[in-house]
Ligand binder design. Structure first.
Ligand SMILES: C[S@@+](CC[C@H](N)C(=O)[O-])C[C@H]1O[C@@H](n2cnc3c(N)ncnc32)[C@H](O)[C@@H]1O
Length: 164
């Protein structure tokens, strides 16, 4: 129940609605995927683990709304997958995708570096991170020793918000 509520909060924080295109990184067992599908999104889910990718495909069956790609997100070619989908759904007006993910801890910094500069593809990125990682990425202040190059990067590319 707690998981379901957290997933709904992630979907709401990203303002996911009918017709949105979403990148989900690491769908795992598919609980966040289910909430995204229920909101009417078209999802490209990138899952590194073969068994998890099979599990999530089996759970949701064949639907045009969900494409599960078995790949490491850090090697995933975002533009070649997303630009054709966004073009098809644009109806003459530039369309952007969203990122919504319960992110694996070990790739959080790498994914932030990879995805944040892609303002030509994504308008919103909502990530669930461990408290410590979220605060380190989003809340470090320039006057503190915790302020690192990654904070300059995050500040440059985003208007960040932390939900605790
Ligand atoms: C925290 S779990 C996701 C939980 C999921 N929301 C659920 O409800 O089950 C993280 C998932 O990310 C996947 N993962 C880990 N590293 C990855 C990577 N580099 N690229 C893609 N997926 C990855 C793991 O296999 C795992 O399924």
């Amino acid at each position: 129940m707690l998981n379901a509520r957290v997933n709904e909060e992630l979907v709401a924080a990203a303002g996911v609605e009918e017709g949105d295109v979403v990148l989900e990184i690491g769908p795992g067992t598919g609980s966040l995927t289910a909430a995204l599908l229920a909101a009417g999104a078209t999802i490209v889910a990138v899952e590194k683990d073969k068994h998890m990718a099979t599990l999530v495909r089996d759970r949701f069956g064949s639907t045009e709304q969900l494409k599960v790609i078995e790949e490491d997100i850090t090697k995933f070619h975002v533009h070649s997958h997303f630009l054709p989908i966004l073009e098809e759904k644009s109806h003459g007006k530039k369309k952007y995708a969203k990122v919504v993910s319960n992110l694996p801890f070990n790739v959080s910094t790498e994914v932030v570096k990879q995805i944040l500069p892609m303002g030509d593809v994504f308008s919103v990125m909502v990530l669930m991170l461990q408290d410590e990682a979220a605060l380190r990425l989003a809340n470090a202040s320039i006057q503190t020793p915790e302020y690192r190059p990654i904070n300059v990067f995050v500040n440059f590319y985003s208007g960040k918000r932390v939900f605790l």
